[in-house]
Design a protein around this ligand. Structure first.
Ligand code: FAD
Length: 467
């Protein structure tokens, strides 16, 4: 096969790159040809959706990148039940734009609307409602997987259940999702009632999230990691019951679409260069202090109505915000810690980062619940996601810090998330995944992909040494 000329692809954090051929099949026949050519020529394939994973989980320097984003048709939709069968390249944005007019919203969404459902299922994505609604996988009823040999396998909780629970969250290692059947959530109104809450420390945020969980549908906490006390703001939200007369209007795309200008004046394209200028520790300290101040003012005002899109995809307000981290990019270190040890562990991570002199510019906390998928990152507890600016000058120091933070998280029985990872080793994966689950996953990888057709930078680093 004549592979396309290599091009530079990156992870979302702009700190992992590869110069590789990228193929983008338009239909399942083309996908089958790519798989056959890779087998015939002994090429490995790195599966990719929208490339929104932060590190190297959707690219590999030695592989052909097989991008499934053009397989993006909705094959069947039942608007009486909200059950859809879609191709893997359908995005979260396509789902809400299609579903909302019928009163349906994706049951789980990440903090951006651009990922594909293939990518979300492969990572078993969680949202701000993980503590209540589980992960993407919890709402998948069935899928079809094409393996390295070209075999089509249908999987559900009752058919090939072992593969069902392994491929969801299996970061593209067992085969290509070619169709996914999932159930959307029925909603009466396209708005949420959002309440801000001020917190004064990491321990305060953990206990406030715990307290608010019963009465909230969504919760997310922003932690000021550069402030002295790690205070922050939690936004809790519940589905709003709109009066019947305007409920329909809130379900329209026009009501949901994000504004094109900040505060109605500043074109959004200008924001990342402005952020870039402030991307120093003092600059970010000021940005964080302003954010805390405005959060405190909002908290005094009480609950406000917000569109589902506005609340869910806050990070999409600023196009290309990641470029503010150039030239080095950034790495996210997200750890998931069982509830009893979460506050102490996260405080220890903060102290380690301060001592190392590499402080994260962003900290986000969420509450989680366990799920039945083999390699799941979710725990009955909390996660803290920390965005660290990186570059050649601080990369060795960051690695050393990441190793120390990893030990602290592992000692607390914590877990990690391949979608956000850039540093995990196979030893770490072995220590956080329960032994029986890991053995089952490795056995499936050997059975379904004995020649390691599906590989990524992440899998070479964190999985293959265990095979
Ligand atoms: C701004 C931002 C906010 C985010 N917020 C969250 C969040 O709140 N919660 C959360 O869980 N995640 C979050 N993420 C991470 C993101 O949701 C995941 O990385 C998701 O997997 C991205 O989907 P994608 O289509 O871009 O997949 P990619 O990143 O391209 O790929 C992800 C994985 O899926 C595999 N894959 C892709 N397509 C297929 C296929 N057809 N068959 C089999 N395997 C496939 C790839 O090999 C890779 O391992 C966020 C990311 C960004 C950029």
């Amino acid at each position: 096969m004549l592979w396309p000329t290599p091009r530079t692809l990156s992870g979302f954090g702009l700190s992992s790159f590869a110069e590789v051929p990228q193929v983008q099949p338009d239909n399942l026949d083309e996908l089958a040809s790519v798989l056959a050519a890779a087998r015939a020529e002994g090429r490995s394939l790195a599966l990719r959706g929208a490339g929104r994973s932060y590190g190297d989980a959707a690219l590999d320097a030695n592989a052909v990148v097989l991008d499934t984003s053009r397989l993006n048709r909705i094959r069947a939709a039942d608007w009486t039940t909200g059950v859809l069968t879609i191709e893997p390249g359908v995005t979260i944005e396509q789902l809400w734009r299609t579903g909302l007019q019928h009163g349906y919203w994706p049951a789980v969404v990440p903090g951006t609307m651009f990922p594909t459902l293939g990518g979300c299922a492969a990572m078993n994505v969680h949202g701000k409602n993980n503590f209540k609604a589980g992960t993407t996988g919890d709402h998948v009823l069935a899928f079809e997987l094409v393996t390295a040999s070209g075999e089509h396998i249908r999987c559900s909780r009752t058919e090939n259940a072992d593969i069902f629970h392994a491929a969801i969250g299996g970061f593209g290692m067992l085969g290509v999702f070619t169709s996914i059947t999932l159930k959307l959530k029925h909603i009466a109104c396209g708005e949420l009632m959002v309440t801000p809450h001020v917190t004064h420390s990491i321990a305060d945020m953990v206990s406030t999230l715990e307290r608010l969980a019963d009465t909230s549908d969504y919760m997310v906490g922003w932690v000021d990691m550069l402030g002295r006390d790690a205070g922050g703001i939690i936004h809790s939200a519940s589905y709003a019951d709109a009066p019947a007369s305007d409920a329909r209007a809130t379900l329209s795309a026009a009501h949901q679409d994000l504004p094109t200008k900040l505060l109605g004046v500043v074109p959004k394209g200008w924001i990342w260069p402005m952020l870039w200028c402030g991307m120093t520790r003092p600059g970010m300290r000021t940005v964080n202090a302003l954010k805390r101040w405005s959060g405190t003012l909002h908290a005094a005002r009480g609950p406000e109505r917000q569109s589902l899109v506005g609340f869910s995809f806050l990070l999409d307000y600023v196009p290309n915000w990641r470029k503010a981290y150039l030239p080095g990019g950034f790495v996210q270190f997200q750890s998931f810690v069982p509830r009893g040890g979460a506050a102490g562990t996260f405080e220890e991570l903060r102290q380690l980062a301060r001592a190392a002199g590499i402080q994260p510019f962003l900290g986000v906390m969420k509450k989680h619940r366990p799920d039945p998928f083999l390699l799941t990152h979710a725990v009955d507890g909390f996660s803290l996601a920390l965005d660290f600016p990186v570059g050649p000058s601080n990369w060795p120091r960051f690695r050393a810090l990441a190793e120390r933070m990893t030990e602290v998280v592992l000692a607390a029985g914590g877990r990690f998330y391949p979608a956000k990872d850039s540093v995990m080793t196979a030893e770490t994966l072995r220590r956080y995944v329960p032994a029986a689950s890991l053995a089952q996953f490795l056995a499936l990888k050997r059975r379904l992909d004995p020649e390691l057709r599906f590989r990524t930078g992440f899998s070479r680093r964190a999985l293959e040494p265990l095979l």
